[in-house]
Write a protein that binds this ligand. Structure first.
Ligand code: PLP
Length: 223
């Protein structure tokens, strides 16, 4: 089955209407993404700035590009003109840079705050204490060119559901706490981005509003 059929079938059978599919096209060539695009699906995710920019330039302009990987501050300027959502905001410093680049481009950039929910040391992410510290600050309140749309997280890389499920649950808990305390009147703060090919079912059961799926749609990646 081709990638276009794959996506159609996956959307129809696996993704509830209230959940957004981010098709993770990282490492895949533009030809493959164009094939996927024929399914009618228009939301794609990349984890490297250079690839995101190259693919944006070469592919149809109605594609919604999501930056799902770790971002270095000095590279924000390359995606700021067009990126639809930055999933991996893991520091206040990065958020301030995104705001500055949003201002230069005369737009508001949608962002998710990435939280560290996994057991592994290697995964990036904020913790709740440092986040509430900056959300309370006047400096944060004056950032007019970012729009915080919710939270993102990655579970531990394991097949053990008993590890994964509480981690996703913790992210939902963080979301609710932030929503109630800092964003009660902000209707845009509504997204919980969690779940990949191996654990999306659990993520959806736990309350994901966005899942980021790569290999299950496009096949395994060769790095
Ligand atoms: C690669 C990647 C995914 C998709 O991974 P698959 O296992 O191929 O579905 C999701 N989220 C992030 C942040 C990624 O880097």
């Amino acid at each position: 089955m081709g990638v276009s059929e794959n996506i159609k079938q996956f959307l129809a059978s696996e993704i509830p209407a209230n959940v957004k599919l981010i098709a993770v096209s990282k490492t895949k060539p533009v030809e493959t993404i164009l094939e996927a695009y024929k399914s009618g699906h228009k939301i794609y995710g990349e984890n490297k700035v250079q690839d995101l920019v190259d693919k944006y330039n070469e592919l149809p302009k109605d594609i919604e590009w999501h930056m799902i990987g770790h971002m270095q501050s000095n590279k924000v300027k390359y995606v700021a003109p067009f990126v639809s959502l930055i999933h991996g905001v893991d520091s206040f410093k990065l958020l301030k840079v995104i705001n500055k680049e949003g201002e230069k481009n005369n737009r508001k950039i949608d962002c998710l705050l990435q939280f560290h929910i996994a057991k592994e040391e290697t995964k990036f992410g904020l913790d709740l204490n440092e986040t509430t510290e900056f959300l309370k600050s006047d400096e944060f309140k004056n950032l007019n060119h970012i729009n915080i749309c919710g939270v993102m997280g990655m579970a531990t890389f394991t097949e053990n559901e008993d590890t994964i499920r509480p981690e996703f649950n913790e992210l939902v808990h963080i979301f609710n706490q932030l929503k109630n305390t800092y964003f009660p009147k902000n209707d845009d703060f509504k997204e919980i981005s969690m779940g990949m090919s191996a654990d999306y079912k659990i993520a959806i059961e736990e309350g994901a509003t966005m899942v980021r799926i790569g290999s299950l749609l496009f096949g395994a990646r060769n790095y």
